[in-house]
Design a protein around this ligand. Structure first.
Ligand code: MN
Length: 129
């Protein structure tokens, strides 16, 4: 089923890749290039899922994930964090911040879409409550 996905990524090539992939699989993708715009855009568009880069200028993905989890309306939105794998400690911190899934760069298309499918099911399950 079609999901509306907010994609927060400062790297233009990755942003295009993620949005193209999502659209090729029937989803709607909303690109956000500047992390400073991400929370407001999420509040305006109420996406079903969020794909979140971690290393970004001005505001880190970790801070944004925490901000989403503090927002009463956005709180249940499943979040996939995408970042260069730097060790188990990093993955733990990202999950503790509130990410539901973690995909390391360079991504494989199969792994990315598998994670989107899992988060779509999670979004449906949370919407039932
Ligand atoms: Mn980045």
């Amino acid at each position: 089923m079609t999901k509306r996905v907010l994609v927060v990524e400062d790297n233009e090539l990755n942003l295009k890749l993620f949005c193209d992939l999502l659209r090729a699989h029937g989803h709607e993708a909303e690109p956000v290039r500047d992390a400073r715009d991400a929370l407001e855009r999420a509040q305006l568009t109420r996406p079903d899922l969020i794909v979140m880069d971690i290393q970004m200028p001005h505001v880190s993905g970790l801070e944004l994930i925490e901000a989403v989890r503090r927002d009463v309306v956005l709180r249940p939105t499943p979040i996939m964090a995408v970042t260069a794998y730097a060790g188990k400690g990093d993955e733990d911190r990202i999950r503790e911040a509130g990410a539901d899934a973690f995909v390391s760069k360079p991504i494989t298309l199969a792994r990315f879409m598998q994670s989107i499918d899992e988060l779509s099911e999670l979004a449906d399950a949370r919407a039932l409550h």
